[in-house]
Design a protein around this ligand. Structure first.
Ligand code: ADP
Ligand code: MG
Length: 700
C-alpha cells in the first residue's frame, strides 16, 4: 500500500514541542516552559499543574489512555511503567494527570540493576522529568501512551540511570567552557553538545530467527559455518535496497517522522543483510533519547514485515559487525567549536579545543575504552575487525600537518621554517569531506566533529558521550587555569587578542602536543603493525571487557568523575559492579545456550547421520559390493570423530559453566563452535537443525 505523502507539518506531530506548547498552553505559561527548556532547568512547580493538564489534553487528542515516565536504567535499554489517566472520583470515572504525576514518579527500583546503591530495605526510586527532552506519544497497534522522558535516581539522589550522569557531564563541560571562553573575551553563552548517532543493524527473516534459539536468547549466532558467499564481492554496500527492506525502512522513517526524529540517511552496509540509519545531528540529550527510540522503532517495525532486527554487535561470525558511530561536537553560543573558522582568532579557539580533546583522549583512553565495553562489542574491538581496542585519534593529513607546525612554532621572535604562530597564521581550509577519510580509527576528526566509532550498535549513547564530556571538561578547565596563571586574562577583547595572550596560549598548546601527540595516528588501524606501534607508544590496549572495565576502579578516574560532579565514587563503583555482572551473565547465558543447542539439536542430527552411514556401510559389506564402501568408511570416520569431538566439547563447556571464569566459558564455546561448524558440512542439509548462514544472510 502506498503511504500518504509525508507532510512537513506532521514532523514531530507526536511530540509535545513548541507547536503543541503554543496551542495547548496560555501565553504566559508557554513562555515560562520554553525558558525552562532552554536553560535546562527543572520544571517550575508553579506551572506544573497547567503544563500537566495541557499535556494530558494533547495526549488524549492523540488517542493516549495511559502515561509513563520513560527512562534509561542501567540495563542499557529503556523502561516504562504505564498508568492509566483514569481515576475514580466520588464513584465517577475521570481522566486525570497532575503536576506531580508529570514532575516525579516513584517506580519500584528493586528490580533494576543498582550495583549496591539501593539497599534492599529502601526499594524506592524516583523518576524526574527532564524538560530538555520533550514528552512524546508512543503508539501501538490499537492505542497510544504518553511518554515523559525522565532521569532515574535512588531515594538518596544517587543516579540509577544513564541520563543523570549525562546531564551532569554537560553541566561540567559548560562550566569549564565558560571559564575558557571568558579568557577568549566571549560573552557568557550556552554550551551545546551535539550528537549524530549512525545506527547499524542486521535484518533476518523471522522464519529463520525463530528456529535459532541462539538469536532469540543472545542476539547472535553461536554456531554457523561460513556461507560460500559472504561479503567477499562487496556487492551489498550501497547496493540497491530490495523492495521489502525499503518498505520497512520507509515505515520506520514514517514513525520517526511523527516523533520528530530526523532520520536522514539509509543504505545497505558492508555485510549482507546489514543496513544503516543515520539521523541529522541534534542536541546530545535529545539525540540520545532519539537513538533509543530509533532502536525501538527498528525492532517494532521489523516485526510487521516478517523480519527481526538484530542490534547485536556481531550477529554472525566472519562478517562485519555493527557499530554505532557517535558523531560528537561542542558549540558555544550556537557556534560549533570544532569548525576551524576563518580568522586567526577563530582558528586559535578551534586549535585550543582540539588540543583539549587530544589531551583528554590520551589521558583517559582507558575510560573511553571502558565506556564502550561489553560482551557484544568484544567481538568487534580487538577482535578481527576495526576499530581496534586501542584508542587513538585520526586527524587527517592536513590537520596533522597544522598540529605539527603548531608544535614547532615558537612564540616571540624566533620563527622556524614551517612553524605556525597562533594569532598570526591562518589555518588552511580543511575540507569537510576529505577523500582520505579513515574508516579504521576509533576516534576520527571528520571536518567539524569527532566521530567516535568504537561504540557498539546496541550501546546507549549516554555512556560514551558522558565520558567524552567529562574528560574534555577537565582539559578545557586545565587550559583555562594555565591561561589565568599566565596573567593574560581579561586582556583579550572579542576579536582582538594581544600577542601576549597568543604566546601564552601557544606555549600551553605546544606542551599538550608534546605530551599527548602519541595518541594521534593517521595510519591504517587494521594493520597488525599498529598494535605493536601503539604498545611502543604506551597506549593502553584492553582487548576484552574484563580488562577494559578495570579503568572504572582506578583511583584517579574515581577522583575525576567526582571532581566534575558527574558521578560520586559510590556511583561509579556501582556502575563497575553492574557492567561486570552484566558481562558475566551474558557470557553465561551464551555458554548455556550453546551447550543446549549442541546437545539437544546438533548431537541428535549428527547421531542420525552417523547411524544412517553405519547402516549403509554394513549393508554394503553384507551384500558384498565392491565399490562405495571405502567412501562410506571414510565418512564414518569423519562423522564419528566429529561426534566424539562434539560430545567432548559439550562436556568441557559444561565444566566451564560450572566454574566462575567467563573467559574459560568463551574458550570452551569457541572449541565447541569449531566442531559444530565443521559438522555442518558433514551432515545432510535436510537433517541440519539450524538455519544456515547462506539462508539467513540473503534477504529478498
Ligand atoms: P558518514 O560518517 O557515514 O560519512 P556523515 O558525514 O554524513 O556520515 O555524517 C555522520 C553524522 O554526523 C550525521 O548524523 C550528521 O548529522 C552528524 N554530524 C554532522 N555535523 C555534526 C556536528 N556538528 N555534531 C554532531 N554530529 C554532526
Ligand atoms: Mg560514520
Amino acid at each position: 500500500m502506498m503511504e500518504e505523502a509525508r507532510k512537513v507539518s506532521d514532523f514531530g506531530a507526536d511530540v509535545f514541542g513548541s507547536e503543541a506548547i503554543k496551542t495547548y498552553l496560555s501565553k504566559d505559561t508557554a513562555k515560562k516552559l520554553q525558558a525552562t527548556i532552554q536553560d535546562g532547568k527543572p520544571l517550575d512547580p508553579s506551572i506544573a499543574g497547567e503544563v500537566a493538564h495541557a499535556i494530558k489534553k494533547w495526549a488524549m487528542d492523540r488517542g493516549a489512555t495511559h502515561y509513563t515516565h520513560w527512562f534509561l536504567p542501567m540495563t542499557g535499554s529503556t523502561a516504562e511503567k504505564h498508568d492509566s489517566f483514569l481515576e475514580m472520583k466520588d464513584g465517577e470515572p475521570i481522566m486525570s494527570f497532575s503536576g506531580k504525576n508529570l514532575i516525579v514518579g516513584e517506580p519500584d527500583a528493586s528490580s533494576f540493576p543498582s550495583g549496591g546503591i539501593r539497599s534492599t530495605f529502601e526499594a524506592r526510586g524516583y523518576t524526574a522529568w527532564d524538560p530538555t527532552s520533550p514528552a512524546f506519544i508512543k503508539r501501538h497497534s490499537n492505542g497510544a501512551t504518553l511518554c515523559i522522558p525522565t532521569a532515574f535516581c535512588a531515594y538518596t539522589g544517587e543516579a540509577l540511570d544513564k541520563k543523570t550522569p549525562l546531564l551532569r557531564s554537560m553541566q561540567a563541560l559548560d562550566k569549564s567552557l565558560k571559564r575558557l571562553m571568558k579568557l577568549f573575551g566571549k560573552e557568557p553563552a550556552h554550551t551545546g553538545c551535539t550528537l549524530g548517532a549512525e545506527q547499524e543493524y542486521f535484518l533476518v527473516d523471522k522464519k529463520y530467527y525463530e528456529k535459532r534459539p541462539d538469536l532469540v536468547l543472545t542476539g547472535r549466532t553461536l554456531f554457523g559455518a561460513p556461507s560460500a558467499k559472504g561479503q567477499q564481492l562487496e556487492d551489498h554496500y550501497f547496493g540497491t535496497i530490495p523492495d521489502r527492506i525499503l518498505s520497512f525502512m520507509n515505515d520506520v522513517e514514517r514513525e520517526l517522522w511523527r516523533l520528530g526524529i530526523p532520520a536522514k540517511t539509509r543504505h545497505n552496509e558492508v555485510a549482507p543483510a546489514q543496513f544503516e540509519l543515520a539521523p541529522q545531528f541534534e542536541e546530545l540529550n535529545l539525540a540520545t533519547d532519539h537513538n533509543m527510540l530509533v532502536m525501538d522503532t527498528l525492532r517494532n517495525v521489523a516485526d510487521k514485515y516478517g523480519l527481526k532486527c538484530l542490534l547485536h554487535e556481531k550477529p554472525y561470525a566472519g562478517i562485519n559487525g555493527s557499530g554505532k558511530h557517535n558523531n560528537w561536537s561542542v558549540s558555544y553560543g550556537g557556534k560549533n567549536l570544532l569548525d576551524p573558522g576563518s580568522n586567526p582568532d577563530e582558528n586559535a579557539l578551534f586549535l585550543t579545543v582540539l588540543c583539549a580533546i587530544i589531551e583528554a583522549v590520551d589521558k583517559h583512553a582507558d575510560i573511553l575504552r571502558a565506556s564502550v565495553a561489553g560482551a557484544g562489542n568484544d567481538h568487534r574491538l580487538g577482535a578481527n575487525e576495526a576499530p581496534p581496542a586501542v584508542i587513538s585519534i585520526y586527524l587527517g593529513d592536513q590537520l596533522a600537518e597544522v598540529i605539527d607546525r603548531l608544535e614547532k612554532g615558537a612564540g616571540g621572535k624566533t620563527k622556524k621554517a614551517d612553524a605556525m604562530k597562533l594569532g598570526v597564521d591562518i589555518l588552511p581550509v580543511l575540507p569537510k569531506d576529505a577523500t582520505d577519510r579513515n574508516r579504521t580509527s576509533p576516534f576520527a576528526f571528520t571536518g567539524n566533529k569527532f566521530e567516535f566509532r568504537a561504540p557498539g550498535s546496541s550501546v546507549c549513547c549516554a555512556g560514551p558521550t558522558m565520558v567524552l564530556n567529562t574528560i574534555v571538561a577537565e582539559s578545557v578547565e586545565r587550559i583555562a587555569i594555565e591561561l589565568e596563571k599566565a596573567g593574560v586574562a581579561g586582556k583579550a577583547k572579542a576579536g582582538e587578542h594581544t600577542a601576549a595572550f597568543h604566546n601564552a596560549l601557544q606555549k600551553i598548546l605546544q606542551e599538550i602536543l608534546k605530551t599527548h601527540k602519541r595518541v594521534i595516528f593517521n595510519g591504517n588501524g587494521y594493520e597488525a603493525g599498529w598494535i605493536e606501534e601503539a604498545a611502543r607508544r604506551g597506549l593502553p590496549n584492553a582487548t576484552n571487557t574484563l580488562e577494559a572495565l578495570k579503568a572504572l576502579t582506578k583511583k584517579e578516574n574515581l577522583a575525576l568523575f567526582k571532581k566534575y560532579g558527574v558521578m560520586t565514587e559510590r556511583e561509579l563503583k556501582s556502575r563497575y559492579e553492574i557492567l561486570l555482572e552484566e558481562y558475566v551473565t551474558r557470557v553465561r547465558i551464551e555458554g548455556a545456550c550453546a551447550r543446549d543447542i549442541a546437545s539437544e539439536m546438533v548431537l541428535p542430527a549428527v547421531k542420525e547421520e552417523y547411524s544412517a552411514t553405519v547402516k549403509a556401510f554394513s549393508l554394503a559389506e553384507k551384500v558384498g559390493v565392491c565399490c562405495g564402501t571405502s567412501a562410506l568408511k571414510e565418512e564414518l570416520v569423519e562423522i564419528g570423530s566429529g561426534l566424539d569431538g562434539l560430545k567432548a566439547n559439550i562436556k568441557k563447556l559444561d565444566e566451564a559453566l560450572n566454574g566462575s571464569d567467563p573467559l574459560a566459558v568463551l574458550v570452551a564455546m569457541k572449541a565447541l563452535r569449531t566442531t559444530v561448524d565443521s559438522l555442518e558440512h558433514k551432515v545432510a542439509d535436510a537433517k541440519w537443525p539450524l538455519p544456515k548462514y547462506r539462508e539467513m544472510l540473503f534477504l529478498y
